[in-house]
Write a protein that binds this ligand. Structure first.
Ligand SMILES: Nc1nc2c(c(=O)[nH]1)N[C@H]1C(S)=C(S)[C@@H](COP(=O)(O)O)O[C@H]1N2
Ligand SMILES: [Mo]
Length: 403
């Protein structure tokens, strides 16, 4: 028995399948780019924490193309956000199923219920944790990275099961009507009832056509896209970046690009600053010492896990030159520490990331000294490195001595 309150004439297997097909086409991209982002963070940096057998195969994240992380991270967050209206529409389209019993034995019913609960629960969990991570600093009682990662595996497993179970039905339903015809004529007549239990038995009079409904969902996605992309595109669109609110007022000039964590928030004082290099030998350098070394300039992005990114022109000293100064000519890694001790105050770089010719300890940006908010006296900038590892206010660089 279907409760009478779900009487929309729009619900039906075709509508659900159209939304399902969009998600089937796009969610794998969100999943893969999300997992790649964890690979990019590199193992052993606590992102995610120890997840036992669920850990990903570790491979060294490349430094080329320099926009690689910008792409994977941007796709993950951007597409993930844009799909939220589609997910919500799909959930709305199947609400009556919550109240119908699967024919057959109680066990089958319980299994189906459990798998749907995991599917719906995990996608909502991923959306909510992802959104909260963008909106607030550390709003969780658990690590966002670990929670989002474990939630992703619950979702992946239940998504695979769901697709395997529903794919034939989806294909059949898609064939039952012509998408083109639906989009060109505002159809409101209910779909023909079938055993899915989605079509209302006593449909209410229509208030919206199926085409109108799809238009509302698509318009919602478009709106989300506009509200999201402003942070990255900048200019007048930045004021529209309501969904990516960080650093909306970075000011003008060479240092006028987004700031997640200000120097004030990190409690930075730089009086008497020295850079400490540890390798085969220990070296201590002032900022003037660093400026007297060969300077290199590279145009490189910072891409944040929160979905925004920015490309700037950075100038500074090559990390491999600093390793050589510390007596390490073939660095196998580098451990970076900031003068603050917040959650993102240290990072470990791979051999490839230290030796890339564009891997810099940046002192200047766009022809001016770094501002204090952007990491003055010096910050890390490496091609394709996740933003979170572009450590600001660097205090020391340790190059483990291979000898
Ligand atoms: N010392 C320090 N460096 C840091 C951070 C930080 O909190 N502390 N934030 C990181 C993050 S999450 C990003 S995305 C980049 C860019 O952040 P910004 O906009 O605050 O410069 O800097 C990174 N460097
Ligand atoms: Mo970030």
């Amino acid at each position: 028995m279907r409760p009478p309150r779900f009487r929309s004439p729009l619900r039906g297997p075709w509508l659900t399948s159209v939304l399902g097909a969009v998600l089937l086409g796009c969610l794998p991209l969100v999943i893969v780019t999300g997992l790649l982002d964890y690979v990019a963070y590199g193992p052993g940096q606590g992102i995610p924490a120890d997840v036992g057998p669920l850990h990903l195969p570790a491979f060294d994240w490349p430094t080329r193309p320099s926009w690689l992380f910008r792409l994977t991270q941007g796709l993950h967050v951007g597409l993930g956000l844009v799909l939220v209206p589609v997910v919500l529409a799909k959930l709305w389209s199947v609400i009556p199923k919550l109240f119908t019993r699967t024919p057959g034995r109680a066990l089958v019913h319980a299994l189906e219920r459990t798998s749907l609960l995991l599917l719906v629960g995990s996608i909502l969990f991923e959306i909510v944790t992802g959104l909260l991570n963008i909106q607030y600093d550390y709003a969780f009682g658990f690590s966002f990275y670990t929670g989002h990662y474990l939630g992703a595996w619950v979702f992946i497993a239940s998504f695979v099961v769901h697709v395997a179970l529903k794919l034939p039905r989806m294909v059949r339903a898609l064939r039952s009507r012509s998408l083109r015809a639906e989009l060109t004529t505002p159809g409101t007549a209910p779909e023909s009832p079938d055993d899915t239990g989605l079509v209302a038995a006593d449909p209410a009079p229509p208030t919206l056509s199926r085409r109108g409904f799809l238009g509302v969902v698509g318009g919602g996605s478009l709106l989300v896209a506009v509200l999201t992309a402003g942070q990255t595109i900048g200019g007048p669109l930045r004021d529209l970046a309501l969904l990516l609110p960080r650093g909306r007022e970075p000011g003008d000039g060479p240092n006028g690009f987004p700031i997640n964590r200000t120097a004030a928030a990190a409690g930075i004082t730089v009086a008497g600053w020295r850079l400490v290099l540890n390798g085969a030998v220990e070296r201590t350098l002032t900022r003037d010492d660093l400026l007297a070394l060969p300077q290199y300039t590279a145009r490189l992005p910072i891409a944040c896990v929160e979905g925004w990114s920015t490309v700037q022109t950075w100038t500074g000293v090559r990390l491999r030159d600093l390793a050589a100064l510390a007596g390490v000519t073939q660095p196998s890694s580098a451990h970076v520490k900031s003068i603050e001790d917040g959650p993102f105050a240290s990072a470990t770089l791979t051999a490839g990331q230290v030796t890339d010719p564009d891997a810099l300890l940046a002192l200047r940006v766009n022809g001016a000294d770094l501002s204090l908010d952007h990491g003055y006296p010096a910050r890390i900038i490496v091609p394709a490195l996740p933003g979170v590892h572009c450590t600001k206010w660097v205090r020391s660089l340790d190059f483990p001595d291979p000898r």
